[in-house]
Design a protein around this ligand. Structure first.
Ligand code: ZN
Length: 363
């Protein structure tokens, strides 16, 4: 389960209004859509917000508490004392305390497989869905709902997708499904049509900066965190990868390529073609460098630089290359196009050359 719990307050504050329509509807008529789809760019916090929401669903003092009313007692009448119901998990009840210890009763979390380093995502194992089906007859053990999270559902293969589709068509009583996806267009239309989509917007750089500084492992200079939060395009995971030494070095070499193509060209191709992760990283970095050059061309000196620490060299490069707006936009479009090929190509070196080619062309 690759999610932070509890989520950073900055993240909750930014995303939680997206959940309001669900809470409004539940308060109004007690109804909750059984299949939710959380979408937004990779690393925006979808899974952390899913856990935040599940804590609220399970909290004994939340509006969801007692959603499944017990059968009328033999002795007639209810003696339950009315307690005010909240839209914020209390953090003190039995369910909240279990959650704080990572003991989530009635939660089934299905992740895709990852590679040995845990970085690269594969597809989901069909076994997980078979096991899920075996539990379908069961109701929640303790909480008002049994919740199933299918993380990165856009990485389900056909077999897994068909398997879960059958479950979603007839969801068991008091079961709730939360799917997360960065690219919802990769989900089967038949699954999409069953989902209520909740879209999470990219985070602002200042908010990412605060979240980075809050990270207990955050032994990094503020200067670097500032660049990372701006280069992250709204994604916390992308910001974290920007903080790494390897990314930092690669960025400087890409800027170096613009200053001195002959010296950097071959070495950089070798470096970025060694893995798809590096190739994607190079594309991300080139995109942010080009965005700086484009903003400089449009707005002059006064814009907010992503690579603020490299402002002077970049201005010099921009003046020397003399690329106009159309040229910069075309190069950015080329990067988007090549990103689609990074997972498909067999010849990484050739793709690396294609990726770097617009960097070299002075026409
Ligand atoms: Zn609680």
């Amino acid at each position: 389960m690759n999610a932070t719990f509890p989520a950073a307050p900055e993240l909750i504050e930014w995303h939680s209004p997206r959940l309001d329509p669900l809470l409004d509807r539940f308060e109004k008529d007690g109804a909750l859509h059984t299949t939710l789809l959380f979408t937004g760019v990779e690393g925006v916090g979808k899974k952390s917000i899913a856990l935040h929401f599940i804590q609220l669903l399970f909290c004994d003092r939340s509006i969801f508490a007692g959603a499944e009313e017990p059968e009328d007692s033999l002795f007639g009448g209810s003696t339950t004392v009315e307690t005010p119901k909240s839209r914020i998990a209390c953090g003190e009840c039995g369910s909240c305390i279990r959650a704080s210890r990572g003991q989530w009763l009635d939660l089934i979390w299905i992740d895709p497989e990852t590679d040995e380093e845990g970085k690269r995502l594969g597809t989901h194992k069909i076994k997980a869905f078979r096991e899920l089906k075996e539990k379908l007859g069961l109701g929640p053990a303790e909480e008002p709902f049994r919740v199933v999270v299918i993380a990165d559902a856009d990485r389900m293969n056909q077999e897994s997708a068909n398997s879960i589709l059958k479950v979603l068509e007839e969801p068991p009583k008091n079961w709730l499904f939360i799917l997360t996806a960065s690219d919802s267009s990769r989900l089967l239309p038949t699954i999409l049509s069953r989902c209520m989509e909740i879209k999470f917007s990219p985070l602002e750089p200042d908010r990412i900066f605060s979240i980075l500084k809050r990270d207990p492992s955050g032994e990094f200079p503020s200067r670097r965190a500032k660049v990372a939060s701006r280069a992250a395009m709204g994604s916390i995971s992308r910001a974290k990868s920007c903080l790494e030494e390897e990314t930092w070095e690669l960025r400087d070499r890409l800027i170096g390529l613009l200053s001195n193509p002959a010296a950097e060209w071959m070495g950089l191709i070798d470096t970025i073609s060694t893995s798809q992760i590096r190739l994607s990283l190079a594309l991300d970095l080139m995109e942010t460098i080009l965005m700086d050059l484009l903003s400089h061309r449009i707005k002059g000196d006064g814009h907010l630089w992503i690579h603020e620490d490299q402002k002077e060299p970049l201005i010099e490069i921009a003046d020397r290359l003399g690329w106009d707006i159309a040229r910069l936009v075309r190069t950015l479009e080329g990067i988007a196009e090549r990103r689609r090929h990074t997972g498909l190509t067999l010849n990484a070196k050739l793709l690396a050359q294609e990726v770097l080619a617009p960097w070299m062309d002075r026409s």
